[in-house]
Design a protein around this ligand. Structure first.
Ligand code: BJW
Ligand code: ZN
Length: 250
């Protein structure tokens, strides 16, 4: 794909040193991991209020656990795609590259990105709902019914952020700080409807960052960005990286 940069974007690229990627489920779609919303999204078939909240887990722990187990097995089989890899490669071009992701799939880390902040947790990790003891051994993911804590007998839940729950405050604060300081913020594969995560690009913009959106469709944030690229992130990001490298060399 022919990627062209506007004059303003080119200017930003030349002078930028701090880059932030704000990513969502769309970046992992080409790895075979379903998104949440949209035509093929999982919320089309399954209701978030019956699965992605604490009360649903208390009401039917095995069902919720099994749903996560099913998703873990998909993630386990998947590999980072060209989009994740391109984001890692941006580290060769800019001094500071921060990835703030809403994804729980660990694919940015598996792709080798060095600074990754997970706003909604990590599906490979777990903790006890009573005593908060951590259970990060991935083999737990393959147990059929919800496991119980060895210390207190409490139910063990996936370490993800459900609706109505606070995001990990330290992770959110450090992400907001990175958004405040970045020169360019790339918004990749997210519908930008879930808060407070969706404040990240808004914070970046209000601190003067240039916003670039990469998505197959327009989103809630499209009218606020400086530049949009419509297409698959696994196709756009490698070409965009190339165009940016050329610009930095000149
Ligand atoms: C491609 C592509 C390709 C496809 N290439 N692109 C009103 C205002 C503000 C807040 C609220 C509000 N009403 C309710 C709230 C609160 C709620 C919220 O935001 N709800 C909105 C949905 C309305 N937020 C919360 O509850 C949060 N907590 C909170 O607010 O706490 C405060 C509080 C606590 C206690 C008391 C009082 C207050 C927590 C939110 C947690 C979200 N959790 C989930 C599940 C995580 C666990 C799991 O994985 O199971 O996180 S929901 C789900 O949505 C998941 C995602 O991280 C998140 C965002 O979705 P994302 O990544 O954007 O995916 P999609 O599917 O929406 O979009 C995919 C995009 O990719 C699309 O745009 C496609 O076009 C694109 N795409 N293929 C490029 N190849
Ligand atoms: Zn416990």
């Amino acid at each position: 794909m022919d990627i062209s940069l506007t004059d303003r974007f080119r200017e930003k690229v030349k002078n930028a040193s701090k880059i932030l990627f704000f990513t969502g489920a769309g970046i992992s779609a080409e790895s075979g991991i379903p998104t949440f919303r949209g035509k093929d999204g999982i919320w089309n078939k399954l209701k978030p209020e019956e699965l992605a909240n604490f009360n649903a887990f208390l009401k039917n722990p095995d069902m919720v656990w099994n749903w996560y187990q099913h998703r873990r097995s998909i993630i386990h089989e998947s590999q980072p795609n060209a989009g994740h890899i391109a984001i890692r490669e941006f580290e060769k071009v800019f001094n500071e590259v921060t990835v703030v992701t809403q994804n729980v799939d660990n694919l940015h880390r598996r792709a080798g990105s060095k600074v990754v902040y997970e706003l909604h947790g990590n599906i490979e990790k777990n903790y006890c709902i009573q005593c908060k003891k951590r259970y990060d051994d991935p083999s737990l993911a393959f147990i059929d019914s919800v496991p119980k804590c060895s210390e207190c007998g409490g139910l063990i839940r996936p370490d993800v952020v459900w609706f109505g729950e606070m995001l990990p405050q330290d992770v959110f604060r450090i992400s907001e700080n990175a958004a405040d300081l970045c020169d360019i913020c790339f918004i990749v594969g997210t519908s930008s409807v879930v808060y407070p995560a969706a404040y990240i690009p808004i914070t970046a913009k209000s601190s003067g960052a240039f916003l670039v959106e990469i998505n197959i469709a327009s989103t809630e944030i499209s009218d606020q960005v400086d530049q949009s690229y419509f297409g698959k992130s696994g196709e756009i990001l490698p070409d965009l990286l190339k165009a940016i490298m050329d610009e930095r060399r000149n």
